[in-house]
Design a binder for this molecule. Structure first.
Ligand code: NI
Ligand code: MN
Length: 226
């Protein structure tokens, strides 16, 4: 069975049934809510939704140890390949079959600039199909109507959804997006890390009480087998 480990903020580690480790949007060392730090994380692949520090802040620390492949849009991938890292460049709407499963990049309504001021390309989300399970990590995004299409193109099992507002969807918009995508489970992310994105994930559960979707609120450091 594959495992989903929530690392806090928008960071997750997914481990496939064969033991291949994917880390998405690592930001742990500067996140006081994250109990697992970069030195304790290993990744065969690192997926970066966009260039902001709270999504790729610890990518280099983790990549250097594990010789991981960094998966991101071309502009962000080339930023990392220039410092000698193994990368796999992609673009929005493109999909590729990796050894662990399929990665498709989705649109995300957001900016993307590296902490040292370089253009990071378009911000993205990911639809991952691993061991027959489909996981949509929305990245940082506001709500957009084509989320309906994402839910039509793939039958989403797990929707990793930002709820903190200010930079992304808030709970009200996240509930609407979830109802469109109609996943089996919604896992809230991108909240409570900073005062600007304070939110109560139980409110998402309440907002979706009449939907089939079950809201799974994971604590940073909590792992589920699926
Ligand atoms: Ni961002
Ligand atoms: Mn962010």
């Amino acid at each position: 069975r594959m495992k989903i480990l929530y690392l806090g903020h928008s960071a997750f580690q997914l481990t496939s049934a064969q033991g291949i480790r994917l880390v998405i949007d690592p930001f742990v060392d500067n996140n006081p809510l994250a109990p697992i730090k970069a030195k304790d994380l290993k990744a065969d692949y690192i997926l970066l939704s966009h260039a902001h520090g709270d999504h790729c802040g610890d990518a280099l620390k983790i990549a250097e140890k594990g010789k991981s492949t960094i998966i991101a849009v071309s502009e962000l991938a080339s930023y990392f390949s220039q410092s000698g890292h193994k990368t796999h460049p992609m673009q929005i709407g493109g999909a590729y079959d990796f050894e662990f499963g399929r990665v498709k990049l989705t649109r995300a309504e957001h900016g993307s600039m590296t902490p040292d001021g370089r253009y990071g390309g378009l911000a993205a989300g990911f639809v991952l199909t691993i061991d027959g399970i489909c996981i949509y990590h929305a990245g940082d995004t506001g709500i957009f109507g084509d989320m309906k299409l994402i839910g039509e193109l793939d039958r989403i099992d797990y929707f990793l959804v930002p709820i903190g507002g200010n930079y992304t969807m808030d709970i009200q918009d996240a509930a609407i997006a979830t109802s469109w995508i109609n996943p089996k489970y919604a896992i809230p992310m991108h909240y409570n890390t900073f005062p600007l994105i304070k939110a109560d994930p139980e409110e998402l559960r309440k907002a979706l009480r009449d939907c089939e979707t079950q809201v799974l609120v994971l604590k940073p450091g909590q792992e589920i087998s699926i």
